[in-house]
Design a protein around this ligand. Structure first.
Ligand SMILES: [Zn+2]
Length: 302
């Protein structure tokens, strides 16, 4: 009996090991046990983005189709994130232009709280990933096997004093899926456009990877420079999501990865924005210092 039990335990242990290796079972704050490419890859995501080192590029504008359509969607807690899968019904939104090499179809959307990418060392409270695959490959799994097969569009959310009403419907669903793993709830009247900044002319571009195991590389990243607003209360709704072992998923971002030999490009929007809290603080320090310097110079000369 004891021998049979021991054999059963060995089988279960081997199964768990295989699941880890395949990237099916993994945890945040446990990156040393993520699948091999996550540790050995050299073009991984997310990365720290900086204005001063990004190379300026003049990409043609994005061409988005179907982003304004209204869909019925399913939203679920997958144990690592809150995921939205709209029912596209042969009317799948597409993105092209903006320096993308192909036309990409939307697959799904999911969130990271706090943000995975940082801009000028500022980490935002929320980051949305809109995952797309090159149309020619037909689906995400096939597209992952090819360089440039997957394109992720990232939207950063920054804190605002009030709840953002436009995106409020997802929070009503979020509350109902916090404890229910892989039990999708219906989300009516879902419009992707409400989740992307109205000015999406400015963005960072680089080649990286998926930010969860298996960390497949060859992913084309677009991170809009303009942010969307979100309240502290709305962010807290994400933080109450529970993982597979029923602990609260307080945050679900992967650590920053080395840039290595890659170049980050930036397309600057023609519309100027105070982009982030960090930038605004820097700008206000400069705005304070300049009159002080002039005052000292003037005083010394008079
Ligand atoms: Zn993601």
């Amino acid at each position: 009996m004891l021998v049979i039990k021991t054999i059963q335990i060995i089988f279960v242990w081997e199964y768990i090991q295989k699941q880890y290796a395949a990237g099916h079972d993994w945890k945040y704050h446990d990156e040393e046990h993520w699948s091999p490419l996550c540790k050995e890859g050299t073009h991984q995501s997310p990365i720290a983005l900086y204005d001063f080192s990004a190379k300026s590029m003049h990409y043609v504008p994005f061409n988005l189709t179907g982003y304004g359509n209204t869909f019925t969607a399913k939203m679920k807690n997958n144990g690592h994130s809150a995921e939205i899968r709209p029912d596209f019904k042969n009317n799948t939104p597409e993105i092209k232009g903006g320096g993308l090499p192909e036309t990409y179809q939307m697959d799904h959307l999911h969130f990271h709280w706090q943000s995975e990418h940082t801009i000028n060392d500022y980490r935002f409270p929320l980051e949305l990933h809109i995952v797309h695959y090159a149309k020619q490959y037909g689906n995400l799994d096939e597209a992952k096997l090819h360089v440039g097969g997957v394109a992720v569009v990232a939207v950063l959310f920054d804190l605002s004093p009030d709840d953002d009403e436009e995106i409020q419907p997802i929070f009503d669903i979020l509350e109902s899926i916090q404890d229910d793993l892989n039990d999708p709830k219906e989300l009516n009247d879902f419009v992707v456009k409400r989740f992307i900044p109205r000015d999406h002319a400015g963005f960072y571009r680089y080649e990286g990877s998926l930010t969860t195991p298996g960390c497949d590389e060859g992913v084309i990243w677009t991170i809009f420079t303009q942010t969307m607003p979100i309240s502290r209360h709305q962010v807290e709704t994400f933080e109450k999501i529970r993982t597979v072992d029923h602990t609260m998923l307080k945050e679900n971002f992967r650590s920053l990865q080395p840039l290595n030999d890659r170049t980050v490009y930036i397309k600057i929007s023609p519309i100027p924005h105070p982009r982030s809290t960090a930038d605004t603080k820097k700008a206000s320090v400069v705005a304070y210092l300049i009159p002080c310097i002039f005052y000292i110079l003037f005083k010394n000369n008079s």
